[in-house]
Design a protein around this ligand. Structure first.
Ligand SMILES: [Zn+2]
Length: 144
């Protein structure tokens, strides 16, 4: 992003903030040449992501739908909607560099990876939705 004052191309990010209900990242930047400070806004550009479902059919990625599924997994535990938005932002930013198609399984696996560390209860609940368990053994392995 070019400096608005001296047109130098190099700037460093001094602050990033997620705003607009998780849809936009605001960055404060400082020109590395003249020190001029300016603000840029980045929209998460994921509206054209296609999700390939188990049966091979495709549908547009639906952030709200995924968020609802994660919220369900969090039911009865005290989670904040903001935490889930942060999680989705992380996933969507990662997606931007990986083409415009993804399998629903990959989305599920990614969510599980994020839940695993900090939210064990939600992890198991979400897993029970996204993984089709072959039997009780699978479920035990997952919890263990
Ligand atoms: Zn400058």
């Amino acid at each position: 992003m070019r400096c608005g004052k001296c047109k130098n191309a190099d700037s460093k990010v001094i602050d990033s903030r997620i705003i607009d209900n998780g849809q936009t990242i605001r960055r404060r930047r400082e020109c590395e040449f003249c020190g001029f400070r300016f603000t840029t806004f980045e929209r998460v550009g994921i509206t054209d992501l296609m999700v390939i479902k188990k049966d091979g059919s495709k549908e547009m990625y639906d952030r709200l739908k995924l968020k609802k599924a994660i919220l369900l997994a969090f039911a009865k535990t005290n989670s904040k909607s903001d935490d889930i938005d942060d999680m989705l932002n992380t996933l969507e930013i990662k997606r931007q560099f990986q083409g415009n198609e993804i399998t629903s399984k990959q989305i599920g696996d990614d969510v599980l990876d994020l839940l695993k560390q900090d939210y064990p209860v939600a992890y198991v609940r979400f897993a029970s939705v996204y993984k089709s368990f072959a039997g009780l053994e699978d479920f035990k392995n997952l919890i263990g």
